[in-house]
Design a protein around this ligand. Structure first.
Ligand code: ZN
Length: 211
């Protein structure tokens, strides 16, 4: 089955309790939603040029869900049926800039939506990845293990997350939902090599370089 081309990217935050705790965020029932432009996507094998002079850039490894049918104010059942593909994404985040923007009550785009801020693996049809919730999400920097978790550790299920996004937005085929990150986030610097995997099926490799 051909997957639809990429459209809008909705990213969720505070979906894993353990990550919300590591950043000192209080646990809330509803995740937060922000967007990344589709132009921020870079494929596996890319070299990402990190923004300079804006403080630390953190890796956040996330399961990405590809939507294949229109959804608006959908039930969990309809949302489950509309998920047609899985991917592995890195939500690169300028953590210090994000903290400054938060403190001033400003939106996060400068910290979350910059060029190259969304490395993304090839997308896989759901039928080729049964049991994705139990698969292990892992991330290494220069061979050192940094992040580890499973989608089933999330506060809400995958269909509940999609249904939640559909309450505020009309989802369309090709939209991608980044489902938030497990604990272990940390900085990447020029020269680092990042490897992320989800189970045996999804793999993403990125390196970082100064311009
Ligand atoms: Zn994230």
């Amino acid at each position: 089955m051909a997957l639809p081309p990429l459209r809008n990217i909705y990213a969720l935050g505070r979906t894993y309790a353990a990550h919300a705790e590591e950043l000192g965020n209080k646990l809330e029932a509803d995740p937060l939603i922000f967007m990344k432009p589709a132009s921020a996507v870079v494929p596996s094998g890319s070299v990402v040029s990190l923004p300079q002079d804006v403080g630390a850039c953190h890796h956040e490894v996330e399961l990405a869900l590809l939507i294949g049918a229109p959804l608006h104010r959908a039930t969990s059942e309809a949302s489950a049926a509309a998920i047609v593909g899985y991917g592995l994404a890195i939500d690169l985040t300028l953590r210090e800039l994000q903290a400054k923007l938060k403190a001033r009550g400003r939106p996060w785009e400068r910290a979350k939506a910059f060029e190259g801020s969304c490395p993304l693996s090839p997308l896989l049809p759901c039928a080729e990845f049964p049991g994705v919730e139990e698969a292990e999400l892992r991330l290494w920097i220069n061979g050192e293990a940094r992040q580890r978790g499973q989608p089933r550790d999330m506060i809400l299920s995958l269909p509940e997350l999609v249904a939640f996004v559909s309450r505020s937005f009309v989802l369309r085929p090709g939209d991608l939902i980044l489902t938030g990150t497990p604990p272990g986030v940390g900085p990447v610097v020029d020269g680092d090599r990042l490897l992320a995997t989800l189970g045996e099926k999804l793999r993403l490799e990125i390196s970082f370089s100064a311009l």
